[in-house]
Design a protein around this ligand. Sequence first.
Ligand SMILES: [Ca+2]
Length: 315
Amino acid sequence: MASLARKIIIDTDPGQDDAVAILLALASPEDLDVLGITAVAGNVPLDLTQKNARIICELAGKADVKVFAGCDRPLGRDLVTAEHVHGKTGLDGPDLADPKMPLQDQHAVDFIIDTLLAEPSGTVTLCPLGPLTNIATALQKAPDIAQRIQQIVLMGGAYFEVGNITPTAEFNIYVDPEAADITFKSGIDIVVMPLDVTHKALVTRARNDAFRDLGTPAGSAVAQMTDFFERFDKEKYGSAGAPLHDPCVTAYLIKPELFTGRHVNVEIETQSELTLGMTVADWWGVTDRAPNATFIGDLDADGFFALLAERIGRL
Ligand SMILES: [Ca+2]
């Protein structure tokens, strides 16, 4: 059965929504074979994201998953973090114990490169849930890996929803626009989960209750994390609940039929102070620039949350 599962590396900056994305993956071994989890600086600094990744593995009962620490700052800029959204630890909400499982010695970037070289070409998918620093660094260090990557399915960017960290930029892309630029120009098959779709994955009261009603440690933790997240988002957007950004990536890998989008050209703004990190998506096909990414615009939100509750309920 495991041989049918898609091999993935989750690159992440947990983050409550990263946590839910990882729990979904670890709860779905028939669909996803998690080769390793690579942490990057983003929502909070690297020392917290690598620790949080291990906390989540232990919450899932999967202390044998390999977790690696990667880049502690963007390629050419100072790190911007988002404690205003995620709290001081990045996982504020539930009371979770410090992890006992070890952090791997190898650098995340080297793990990504070695894994892509060791596995058969075209069989490993990268799932970036944070700034693209680790991915771009791997592509710079070992350009030959680009043709060996099956697909990159990432959370980042926005077109119709425009921005959440600046008026025109989504956080993951804004933090390291040069890394995003390298990734989007790599020629790799890319699927993007922008705010356009994640803002439709809203944790309503009923959906939050469904997690809590699982009656398991993982279910309770997810309910408490989304409760925490929600305070910020409700104030900011006045929406029905918090958008659950990163789980769109792992849900897409399990049930792509829940999502719809367009194969379009996406370019990253790296120069303008005003619009730095903007994902300029040619949604309407008004240029002759070649399509380089599938930009997702919509999802079946009820199907998405049903999948999350069903799978997380297994943990
Ligand atoms: Ca994230």
